[in-house]
Design a protein around this ligand. Structure first.
Ligand code: GLN
Length: 198
């Protein structure tokens, strides 16, 4: 069966573990390189990307995760997790690292200039049914994607209308919002399906 790890250095780890378990994946926290070796796929939670970056370095996980992603491990990141999956991070700390995986430029705390947290309906390509009720908390947005990245969703109304908030590149998926906090399992289900298919 499919084992999905949740990077458990900082952030809303438990919420992701629960959502994955509800999608019938074996979900377990990953804190050490040996634990990374036992998972088929990985979720990077929401939280604080500067902290996740620092702890990933301290726990010896930065290069192993980069390598697994480069080798094709399916990964999904929400919010801070999206930042960790970006090739380029704007408004990061000078020493902030990312795992990469998606050829995109994200801006940290991008909506914060207007409002710290908000909720919006977002349509996501490949997810059927009602628009996603998306919760944004000091979220990033995507300023630019490379030719291999596919935009899956944008904010549709308000001051941030048009901003990219969901992206996929091959086996790597990222959202600026937090489906793990709303009980809508469609993004996790889509990721689990994507991981099973790969
Ligand atoms: N602002 C946080 C960061 O830069 C992300 C916030 C979140 O994950 N809710 O990492």
């Amino acid at each position: 069966d499919l084992t999905v790890g949740v990077l458990a250095l900082q952030g809303d780890v438990r919420e992701h573990l629960r959502a994955l378990a509800e999608c019938d994946a074996l979900a377990r926290p990953v804190r050490r390189p040996e634990e990374l070796d036992t998972v088929d796929a990985l979720v990077i939670p929401g939280g604080e990307s500067t902290a996740i970056s620092k702890l990933a370095v301290d726990f010896g996980l930065l290069d192993p995760i980069r390598k697994r992603i480069a080798d094709g491990m399916p990964v999904y990141g929400s919010c801070a997790g999206m930042i960790m999956l970006a090739g380029t991070v704007l408004d990061g700390r000078p020493d902030q690292q990312s795992f990469g995986g998606i050829d995109m430029t994200v801006r940290r705390n991008a909506f914060g200039r207007q409002v710290d947290s908000f909720e919006a309906a977002v349509e996501i390509d490949g997810i059927d049914g009602d628009p996603f009720h998306a919760v944004f908390i000091r979220a990033p947005w995507v300023e630019e994607v490379g030719p291999d990245a596919r935009v899956l969703g944008r904010v549709t109304s308000g001051a941030a209308a048009g901003r990219i908030v969901a992206v996929r590149q091959g086996h790597v998926l990222a959202t600026a919002f937090h489906p793990e906090l709303t009980g809508d399992l469609r993004v996790h289900a889509a990721f689990v399906e994507m991981a099973r298919a790969s």
